[in-house]
Ligand binder design. Structure first.
Ligand SMILES: Nc1nc2c(ncn2[C@@H]2O[C@H](COP(=O)(O)OP(=O)(O)OP(=O)(O)O)[C@@H](O)[C@H]2O)c(=O)[nH]1
Ligand SMILES: Nc1nc2c(ncn2[C@@H]2O[C@H](COP(=O)(O)OP(=O)(O)OP(=O)(O)O)[C@@H](O)[C@H]2O)c(=O)[nH]1
Length: 436
């Protein structure tokens, strides 16, 4: 089941980023610090009343040096195309401007649910002034103050009311959903085509669950696969679709629905900053990951090349140490046949459950080998561990004092779990919880 998507739209300086950060703030600060990922983000997960949703700050999508009105039209269009609910923000200190009216017109025509928020209403006296905003045609305006965190609860209550309901059957448990992400030109479409040509049994191209996402079905060795959003990958045209931020946004949506994400790297041009950013998102989302080095045909190879390239990747993507690397060529189809089995393995590991008794045997052996650390005279005691979730496999380790579980010891336990159960291709999560 996918999360609903909420997009924030409004003129520059109305407070979009302030509100975005308020709504997702805590989540952003708890995620691991992966270089380039947390900075200037326009997309994040948020939660309200136990409902998770994805939030887009369209203000972060800047389209070259187009004039303001064009920028705003494009941003509104992103919201209309991508979101289930749009939060339209205006500035109480400035009243309704011509640009507000222009955007309002576009949003109005789209028939998407729009919730109007009047920002910078920093004190109760100002609430009386919000009535002029009824004229924008979106019903009751919600007075908020992003800076002071006022009115956001009422606003979210209204937003959540408009979420569509998604049926659970949308996704088939026995099918492996995967997506290909990577910089423009790394060969995503070529690789999809290569996979399809190799497998004659293409079921069909059917309309995906999200608007204009086309899922491609294929079957190989009795296993069903769906490649997500291959249409989105091919689509080009609208001005905003050529911006880097927007292509990241597209990748994020595909990641959201994937069991496994193929992170493509171009062997010809090497690893770039943007590769790390994209891979970081996939890791953060907790999906299975396979790193694919495409265009391997362009590299002069001897017996050491692959090993050296692998070391380079490991150094650049340290947090992806669990991801297998496949070197191939979409063009010559060299080693293409190794890809789907790898995707399958990653997917199986991503969904794997370990019985509690077996898990505890491994943990206790690990502790016997490398006793728990002592911090300021207090020793960490591990009582027992249990797997609490799959996709990705998540473990809770019950301990006397969670603060005594140092990062390095947690890492040690993670490695032991990996050694014992072989979680190739999937991140795993470990949480220390108090139990006396
Ligand atoms: N008084 C007041 N100021 C606010 C409030 N919310 C945001 N601001 C201020 O408004 C200015 C613009 O806020 P941003 O969040 O950067 O606005 P934005 O819409 O993301 O702007 P762009 O990135 O240019 O599109 C900043 O100086 C904020 O501190 C608020 O509720 N009250
Ligand atoms: N030599 C070589 N060229 C390749 C390979 N795979 C793709 N290419 C070429 O790389 C270029 C880009 O390939 P695409 O498949 O369009 O790349 P993409 O990632 O889908 O690109 P965008 O749609 O822009 O995101 C094309 O000219 C391909 O022919 C490969 O394995 N070897």
């Amino acid at each position: 089941m996918r999360n609903s998507v909420v997009a924030i739209v409004g003129r520059p300086n109305v407070g979009k980023s302030t509100i975005f950060n308020r709504l997702v703030g805590e989540r952003i600060s708890i995620v691991e610090d992966i270089p380039g990922v947390t900075r200037d983000r326009i997309y994040a997960q948020a939660e309200w009343l136990n409902t998770r949703f994805n939030l887009i700050d369209t203000g972060g999508i800047e389209i070259g040096d187009e004039p303001l009105l064009v920028q705003m039209r494009e941003q509104a269009q992103v919201a209309i195309d991508e979101a289930d609910v749009i939060v339209f923000i205006v500035n109480a200190k400035e009243g309704i401007t011509a640009a507000d009216e222009e955007v309002a017109k576009l949003l109005f025509k789209s028939n998407k649910p729009v919730v109007l928020a009047v920002n910078k209403v920093d004190n109760p006296e100002m609430r009386a002034e919000i009535y002029e905003y009824y004229s924008l045609g979106f019903g009751e305006p919600f007075p908020i103050s992003g800076a002071h965190g006022l009115g956001l609860g009422d606003l979210l209550d209204e937003v959540v009311k408009h979420f569509p309901t998604f049926s659970e059957e949308e996704e088939d448990e026995d099918t492996i959903y995967f997506s290909l992400i990577g910089r423009p030109n790394v060969g995503k479409s070529s690789l999809v085509n290569a996979l399809l040509n190799e497998d004659r049994v293409i079921v069909s191209d059917i309309e995906g669950t999200t608007r204009d996402a086309i899922d491609t079905h294929l079957k190989r060795d009795g296993q069903n696969y769906v490649i997500i959003d291959t249409a989105g990958m091919r689509k080009r045209g609208k001005v905003y679709e050529t911006t880097e931020k927007y292509s990241v946004l597209r990748a994020l949506k595909a990641i959201e629905r994937s069991d496994v994400v193929l992170v493509l790297i171009d062997a010809e041009t090497g690893i770039r900053e943007q590769d790390k950013k994209i891979a970081g998102y996939a890791h953060e989302a907790g999906r299975g990951i396979v790193i694919v080095v495409n265009k391997w045909d362009t590299v002069e190879t001897d017996e050491k090349t692959m090993k050296e390239y692998e070391e380079k990747i490991r150094a650049h993507f340290q947090y992806l140490d669990y991801a297998p690397i496949v070197f191939l060529s979409a063009k010559t189809k060299k080693r293409i046949h190794t890809l789907l089995p790898m995707v399958k393995e990653a997917s199986e590991n991503h969904a794997k459950r370990i019985a509690t008794n077996v898990l505890n045997d491994v943990i206790m052996d690990a502790i016997a080998m490398n006793p728990t650390p002592t911090v300021k005279g207090k020793r960490l005691k591990v009582l027992y561990a249990t797997q609490v979730a799959v996709k990705p496999p998540s473990f809770v380790v019950f301990v006397n004092e969670p603060e005594l579980m140092h990062f390095s010891y947690q890492r040690f336990l993670e490695n032991k779990i990996r050694d014992a159960f072989g979680f190739v291709g999937t991140p795993i999560k470990i949480f220390a919880r108090k139990r006396s």
